[in-house]
Design a binder for this molecule. Structure first.
Ligand SMILES: NC(=O)C1=CN([C@@H]2O[C@H](COP(=O)(O)OP(=O)(O)OC[C@H]3O[C@@H](n4cnc5c(N)ncnc54)[C@H](O)[C@@H]3O)[C@@H](O)[C@H]2O)C=CC1
Ligand SMILES: O=C(O)[C@H]1O[C@H](OP(=O)(O)OP(=O)(O)OC[C@H]2O[C@@H](n3ccc(=O)[nH]c3=O)[C@H](O)[C@@H]2O)[C@H](O)[C@@H](O)[C@@H]1O
Length: 307
């Protein structure tokens, strides 16, 4: 297939090279000329193990190019939107880059092509974009990304699941995404088809759950410290329970990754030096933070404020 990737940062650059490695023709577009120049020279603008070598190898096939010129996306059948959605001052995701990218792309897309959102967005974003995009004859799907930095290539080529959020009865988008992900699907990667809102919420829920695990083990670390117990042994022991699992149960200074912070705000735990211990985030605060991430607002309910 012919694919465009709009936004070639961490997610987009890895996605672009991974898709081209599978035989797709890929054009990556970014507003950052320096980033495009580096990628075009086969050098990643960030460190990800193996990415420079992978880029060089795939670019030699002629199937992968990068540009700052949005007009280059014209022949693409599928446009992945992978621009940043940083946390704004209110705690909500800032969607200005998503909106600007779609606005810039629209004059160049052909009827029947498909916008596929990969950026992490508040619920309702895809519906809103679909309204703006439909006059062009293009459609919208949401395909959240779960890659881990440091394992980004492997996670992109062989994710543990693929989620397609599509509009009601939109079989054509499913067919097109199946063609994009044919290799992973042929290797047994599970794929789930949901509505647009569920796909957006799946991503927020996954990050919220991971943040909850870290917050929990950090709270247990404080308890363990108080009673002179060993939190690592504790995590090993409870992690043996298949219902709990050992992963994401390493106590530390609290979650600091971009996505977990976007869901929950600041770090879940102060450094040990800030004793006395303070309680973990209350369920009330956690749910409030999830609401903000879901709705794009720190105060309103998910349904009422989704945009
Ligand atoms: N980095 C990660 O591990 C993961 C990121 N995500 C989500 O993916 C999205 C992107 O994240 P990253 O790649 O980490 O961000 P990033 O900041 O590395 O990359 C974003 C890119 O978008 C470009 N951009 C901004 N406006 C543009 C426009 N109008 N047209 C074209 N390009 C434009 C920027 O120049 C930048 O290169 C975010 O929503 C993030 O939450 C989701 C899963 C994993
Ligand atoms: O949506 C996203 O963008 C990404 O969000 C998270 O990634 P991220 O928030 O960037 O950071 P992680 O590397 O997952 O780690 C979060 C933080 O928690 C800490 N952590 C992690 C695991 C653990 O057991 N304990 C712990 O303290 C890490 O050291 C790190 O500071 C998810 O792990 C990714 O799968 C997801 O794709």
């Amino acid at each position: 297939m012919i694919i465009s990737v709009i936004g070639c940062g961490y997610l987009g650059a890895v996605h672009a090279v991974a898709m081209a490695s599978l035989g797709h023709q890929v054009i990556g577009v970014d507003v950052d000329g320096e980033k495009v120049a580096r990628l075009s020279a086969g050098r990643a603008p960030f460190f990800e193990p193996g990415l420079d070598e992978f880029l060089t190898q795939v670019m030699a096939t002629g199937r992968l190019t990068f540009s700052t010129d949005m007009a280059q996306i014209h022949p693409a059948e599928v446009h992945f939107v992978a621009v940043g959605t940083p946390q704004s001052a209110t705690g909500a995701a800032d969607l200005q880059y998503v909106d600007a990218a779609v606005d810039a792309a629209l004059p160049h897309v052909v009827a029947g092509s498909l916008f596929v959102g990969k950026s992490t967005v508040p619920v309702g974003t895809a519906d809103r974009l679909a309204t703006a995009i439909s006059p062009s004859g293009a459609r919208v799907a949401w395909n959240p990304e779960f890659l881990r930095e440091g394992h980004a290539i492997q996670d992109t080529l062989r994710p543990d699941r693929i989620v397609y959020g599509v509009g009601t009865g939109d079989e054509e988008s499913v067919r097109m995404l199946d063609a994009v992900y044919a290799d992973a699907l042929a290797h047994g990667v599970p794929r789930m088809v949901t509505d647009l809102r569920t796909a957006e919420l799946v991503k927020v829920a996954a990050n919220a759950f991971l943040a909850t695990k870290i917050s929990f083990i950090n709270a247990m670390a404080e308890v363990a410290e108080t009673v002179d117990a060993d939190v690592v042994a504790l995590a090993d022991a409870i992690g043996q329970d298949a219902r709990i699992g050992r992963r994401f149960l390493d106590a530390g200074v609290g979650f600091g990754g971009g996505a977990c912070r976007r869901t929950f705000g600041r770090s879940s735990r102060a450094p040990r030096s800030s004793a006395p211990a303070r309680p973990p985030p209350s369920s009330e605060r956690s749910i409030g933070s999830i609401r903000a991430a879901v709705s794009g607002s720190s105060t309103s309910s998910p349904r009422s404020s989704a945009t």
